[in-house]
Write a protein that binds this ligand. Structure first.
Ligand code: ADP
Length: 267
């Protein structure tokens, strides 16, 4: 044995430094600070797996060259670090695509119950592996919204994945769908979809920031679960594009409720 790869921790000043001075800035300065902060975060998130990859390549070329078991171990770590970079780049691309379309109203009519059934099926293997069961609860025979079905699928894949990852092994995750006759903010009929888990919940101080890019309650945990910290940012922008609403409520020790409200096609 004795092979060790030293990965030095990388630090950025971005987040706290930028936010402390935030209130004294003009709107344009704020936008610029947010952009800089985002670039710093992306660089940091990419540099971490890259640093590991470079370290492992060096080791494979040198000390581990003739050590077959070590080589296999290093290769599988390299595979997972490369996978992390791939997920990050894919999420960055989705986010940028969604943001560029945000002003264009989606035009398809989407039957949300069928879409939720498909999303639930797609996450069944993940849920199984975590010992979580997924259920859909509704009195409605169907529910139509105006939307983009690929993007709405993305929303519920992300929310179900989070509920499974953070929802606690052996627990039930419920997707509850109901019709709202007149949604007060949207000023019209709407469909409400709640993704409810019975996991550890989230402290109230975090709730307003969860949809920020790269904001995580526990960075180490998110990373070890394969998270990019972009899932809820993508969800928020997709729902904005749909002129819908997104709310999160949570109680420590009881679980969380991620509530998506979308305008109905017909009342
Ligand atoms: P990640 O890739 O880290 O999961 P997200 O944007 O999807 O990124 O979520 C941001 C953070 O919100 C997560 O890191 C986690 O701390 C918290 N979070 C999201 N969903 C849940 C949930 N259902 N229960 C508890 N915490 C959650």
């Amino acid at each position: 044995g004795g092979l060790r790869v030293q990965i030095s921790p990388v630090r950025i000043q971005g987040r706290r430094g930028a936010l402390a001075a935030f209130e004294d800035m003009s709107g344009m300065e704020q936008a610029e600070a947010i952009r800089r902060d985002f670039v710093a975060n992306v660089s940091h998130e990419l540099r971490t797996p890259l640093t590991a990859l470079v370290g492992f390549i060096e080791t494979l070329k040198g000390p581990a060259r003739d050590d077959a078991p070590a080589r296999d171990r290093f290769l599988s770590v390299m595979e997972s670090e490369a996978g992390r970079m791939m997920r990050l780049v894919n999420d960055l691309l989705s986010l940028s695509r969604v943001q560029s379309e945000e002003r264009r109203l989606p035009s398809e009519t989407v039957e949300i119950l069928a879409l939720l059934r498909r999303a639930t099926m797609a996450q069944a293997a993940l849920a199984d592996a975590a010992g979580v069961s997924l259920e859909i609860e509704t009195d409605l025979p169907e529910a139509q919204v105006r939307g983009d079905s690929d993007q709405l699928t993305q929303v519920f894949l992300n929310l179900i994945e989070n509920a499974v990852k953070y929802g606690g092994a052996g627990k039930v995750v419920t997707l509850k769908v109901s019709q709202v006759a007149r949604e007060p903010v949207l000023k019209g009929p709407a469909v409400q979809i709640e993704v409810i888990d019975r996991g550890e919940g989230i402290d109230a101080i975090h709730l307003p920031r969860l949809t920020e890019r790269f904001y995580r309650v526990d960075t180490h945990r998110s990373r070890s679960q394969g998270g990019t910290g972009l899932g809820l940012a993508i969800v928020k922008h997709i729902i904005n594009r749909h002129r819908g609403r997104f709310r999160i409520t949570s109680e420590r020790g009881k679980g969380s409720n991620f509530i998506v409200i979308l305008p109905s096609v017909s009342g």
